[in-house]
Design a protein around this ligand. Structure first.
Ligand SMILES: CC(C)(COP(=O)(O)OP(=O)(O)OC[C@H]1O[C@@H](n2cnc3c(N)ncnc32)[C@H](O)[C@@H]1OP(=O)(O)O)[C@@H](O)C(=O)NCCC(=O)NCCS
Length: 169
């Protein structure tokens, strides 16, 4: 767990009791941000199965909490059927807290952890309409392989040596 200097922002691993607070964060977000994160309608309120998955994925997840409110979520999950152990990453930050380095910080936790527990390859799936994130991923992961699948772009790259995170998304 990390706490910022003012003591108001905490980044920590999720647990099952976070489901309601995660759902509240998602319910407060714009359709565009939700689409960029999930690439499909998530229901209103968000579907319980989705929120359960966000709190306890087959991998690991983190939340950023400010004044007892969840303002960010990042996770990785194993990709089933992949030829090499592959971790897929995703992140979302509440509009009130975007542009302050929180997405980067959450993603760093996730990538470092996935590399430590044995992911050999990283995957990030970005909507082709998500121009800002596409530019950021291309800038930070210049060696990633890209593959277009309809309206989505898959970025894959070898995981760095254990313990070293990557920047991006
Ligand atoms: C993408 C997202 C998580 C970024 O969170 P954030 O806390 O605002 O991001 P940060 O402040 O940590 O910035 C990370 C990088 O993204 C870039 N970035 C993020 N959003 C951007 C935007 N809307 N316009 C331009 N650049 C943007 C930043 O410039 C930064 O790049 P840098 O490190 O080279 O300076 C947030 O905008 C979000 O939740 N978007 C909706 C969901 C989504 O698109 N998720 C990503 C796909 S899984």
């Amino acid at each position: 767990m990390t706490v910022d200097l003012a003591g108001t922002l905490v980044v920590r691993r999720t647990d099952v009791t976070d489901q309601d607070a995660i759902a509240r964060m998602l319910a407060g977000m714009s359709d565009q941000n939700l689409y960029h994160r999930f690439q499909t309608p998530i229901g209103s309120p968000p579907r319980p199965a989705l929120v359960r998955h966000l709190a306890s994925p087959d991998g690991a997840a983190w939340v950023a909490e400010r004044d007892d409110r969840i303002v960010g979520h990042a996770m990785w999950a194993w990709v089933r059927g992949a030829a090499r152990p592959t971790a897929e990453f995703a992140v979302i930050v509440a509009e009130s807290d975007q542009g302050r380095g929180l997405g980067e910080r959450l993603l760093r936790e996730a990538t470092e952890h996935a590399a430590k527990v044995g992911a050999a390859q990283f995957l990030v799936i970005v909507s082709a309409a998500n121009g800002a994130v596409l530019r950021t991923v291309r800038r930070h992961w210049p060696t990633a392989t890209t593959e277009r699948e309809g309206s989505l772009i898959n970025f894959t790259l070898p995981a760095p040596a254990r313990g070293r995170g990557v920047r991006g998304c």
